[in-house]
Design a protein around this ligand. Structure first.
Ligand SMILES: Nc1ncnc2c1ncn2[C@@H]1O[C@H](COP(=O)(O)OP(=O)(O)OP(=O)(O)O)[C@@H](O)[C@H]1O
Ligand SMILES: [Mg+2]
Length: 353
């Protein structure tokens, strides 16, 4: 296990494009940290910078307190595990796993020991002599993982390792990676653009947008308390409204929106006049006739039954925008409903500019 510190890391490509913009991050030893963000936001570039494949333009990086900013990849105590597996097709499973340790001069006895351990860890002992083409996608992914682990790195960098697997297998390998990480204790930096994967696997999620860190926190904090429209929209579904601040009531605030007056609870001091606020579809309470505030009336315009839940689209009275709620049982399209959103279920996002 190793600790990783990134200090104001920036990278500009030769064509002038700034792909990483002032990234500062402290990854605890043994932490499972996920970099989450849309395509092109700089996730792979950041991983490659950490691994030493991409020089950075500004800032510094430390691993276990040692400055590695200018070190070659082999000296960094990191290993990468890629999306495309990147296995050597003409080499057996065992040879693939032994390749790295051999390159870095590990002696023969130790190599044999590492191979045996890695094969056992990923449950491929009986497949050591096969070529990658004779394995399933999930098995190939496990070889890629074994190959990274055989390097005994303090940090494993995963770049969308599960994106080539079907949904069911992805679920299974997800648990396997997490279990191995807990057992072996390596620090994991895991890249994905799949929000469900990030929420399920991570100790901490770092949401990236255009080369910058937009928000970082435990999965539940990020989901329950997004701090910007970008995060609210990227993770889960969110109803986002503009709100004008009316008054402070102790730790509550009264605001005016196009759905009416709402009271919300926040730790922030609201010093600006207008903010974006949001609430999650599943936080809507249906049938709120007697609620004194935080309520609005709407017409059900469409719905999609999902089995365990139903997604419902509402047209609120007097508002131009639709909103989404999620309920247990289907509703009647065309019917009127009363909706309440509890003060603690509303998050305050950035100020309206
Ligand atoms: N060598 C390069 N020169 C110029 N621009 C580059 C270079 N390599 C990558 N980019 C650009 O940098 C941005 C970030 O790329 P990166 O591969 O880090 O994104 P990503 O977040 O991993 O995306 P994805 O989810 O699609 O893998 C993209 O806009 C990409 O086009
Ligand atoms: Mg990428």
């Amino acid at each position: 296990m190793a600790r990783l510190e990134l200090d104001h890391v920036s990278k500009t490509f030769a064509n002038g494009f700034k792909v990483l913009d002032d990234v500062t991050l402290d990854v605890r030893s043994g932490e499972f940290l996920t970099l989450l963000g849309p395509s092109g936001c700089g996730k792979t570039t950041l991983l490659k910078a950490i691994a030493g494949f991409h020089p950075i333009s500004a800032g510094s990086m430390r691993i276990d307190g040692k400055d590695v900013t200018r070190l070659v990849p082999e000296k960094r105590n990191t290993a990468m595990c890629f999306q495309s597996y990147a296995l050597f097709p003409h080499m057996s499973v065992a040879e693939n796993i032994l390749f790295g340790p051999r390159q870095s001069g590990v002696d023969k006895t130790e190599r044999a020991e590492r191979l045996a351990t890695a094969l056992r860890q990923v449950d491929l002992v009986d497949h050591a002599d096969k070529l990658p083409a004779a394995l399933s996608g999930g098995q190939q992914q496990r070889v890629a993982l074994a190959r990274a682990m055989a390097m005994r790195p303090g940090i494993i960098l995963f770049d969308e390792p599960l994106s080539n697997l079907d949904a069911k297998l992805r679920d299974q390998v997800r648990f396997e990676i997490r279990a191995l990480q807990a057992e072996l204790g390596f620090t994991a930096i895991y890249v994905t653009h799949d929000q469900a994967e990030a929420l399920a696997m991570s100790d901490r999620i770092v949401v990236m947008n255009r080369g910058r860190i937009e928000q970082s926190g435990a999965p539940q904090d990020i989901y329950d308390r997004p701090s910007t429209r970008f995060v609210a929209d990227f993770i889960g579904a969110a109803n986002i409204l503009e709100a004008e601040v009316l008054e402070e009531l102790g730790d509550l605030w009264r605001v005016h929106t196009n759905l009416g007056v709402f009271v919300l609870r926040t730790d922030h001091k609201l010093t600006e006049k207008r903010y974006y606020i949001c609430w999650r579809p599943e936080d809507a309470e249906v049938g709120a006739q007697c609620a004194p505030s935080n309520r609005f009336e709407a017409v059900v315009t469409a719905q999609a039954f999902q089995g365990n839940l139903t997604d419902v689209i509402l047209a609120p009275d007097g508002a131009a925008k639709i909103c989404r709620i999620q309920v247990r049982r289907p509703m009647t399209v065309g019917s009127r409903v009363e909706i309440r959103i509890a003060p603690e279920k509303i998050s305050v996002l950035e100020a309206v500019r």
